[in-house]
Ligand binder design. Structure first.
Ligand SMILES: CC(C)(COP(=O)(O)OP(=O)(O)OC[C@H]1O[C@@H](n2cnc3c(N)ncnc32)[C@H](O)[C@@H]1OP(=O)(O)O)[C@@H](O)C(=O)NCCC(=O)NCCS
Length: 191
């Protein structure tokens, strides 16, 4: 399964949601039934990486996707060294609500590339409207390890999921001064 080089906004007339399988029913169902509708009503944005081949229904399979949305957290849940300088009202954050890779192309560094693209997207949004951090809710231990690998820190467990966060300052270090490094060293995914 060869994929295009660019993430684009999910378009149900162009992208084949039905054939997407990442191994998680929850995430498959989200992409197939909710992602487009949520974008239409303006609560989140879903970006997909289409495959290069076209199906008989004239749509492109989806190799990976991410969904982001604005959110907020209570300052008290942050480590004290971080929370002490924050205001006493909900702290704005960006949520990576969903992120998944098609099983056909898992373990080929596409999850990493998709995460970097999601973070880069949020970093760009942050230039216009600030958030304190990026948060994600991990559905299981291995996924937690995946995010940990890229600097996400533990916040708390809730209803079987682990909430993790990455301060926006860290993204600044990645995409601010060292943008060229990130582009060439990390985002490049195998064809
Ligand atoms: C989690 C997921 C996004 C990873 O995507 P992937 O393309 O398989 O991962 P990559 O090939 O980019 O792996 C990047 C690194 O993470 C590690 N990693 C990937 N999946 C892992 C797992 N399940 N457990 C532990 N480590 C994992 C890899 O070993 C790799 O490390 P390396 O660079 O040292 O070799 C993908 O498995 C997936 O979509 N899973 C189902 C949906 C899901 O759980 N999404 C997360 C929602 S919170």
């Amino acid at each position: 399964m060869k994929y295009s080089k660019t993430f684009v906004e999910l378009n149900k007339a162009i992208h084949d949601r039905a054939t997407f399988d990442c191994g998680s029913v929850e995430l498959n169902t989200f992409l197939q039934k909710h992602a487009f509708r949520h974008m239409k009503v303006g609560v989140s944005k879903t970006m997909v990486l289409p495959a290069l081949e076209i199906l008989s229904n004239q749509k492109y399979p989806i190799c990976s996707f991410y969904t982001v949305a604005p959110s907020s957290i209570q300052r008290e849940i942050l480590p004290q060294n971080l929370s002490k300088s924050l205001p006493h009202y909900p702290v704005p954050v960006f949520l990576i609500a969903q992120l998944a890779v098609n099983t056909k192309v898992q373990r080929q560094q596409l999850g990493k590339a998709t995460l970097i693209k999601a973070l880069e997207f949020l970093w760009q949004v942050n230039q216009q409207m600030c958030a304190y951090a990026v948060v994600v809710d991990c559905i299981n231990g291995p996924v937690e390890k995946f995010y940990q690998k890229y600097g996400f820190l533990y916040l708390y467990k809730n209803q079987g999921k682990t909430r993790m966060f990455l301060p926006m300052k860290t993204l600044g270090q990645l995409f601010g001064d060292r943008k060229t490094f990130i582009r060439t060293q990390i985002i490049t995914a195998p064809p």
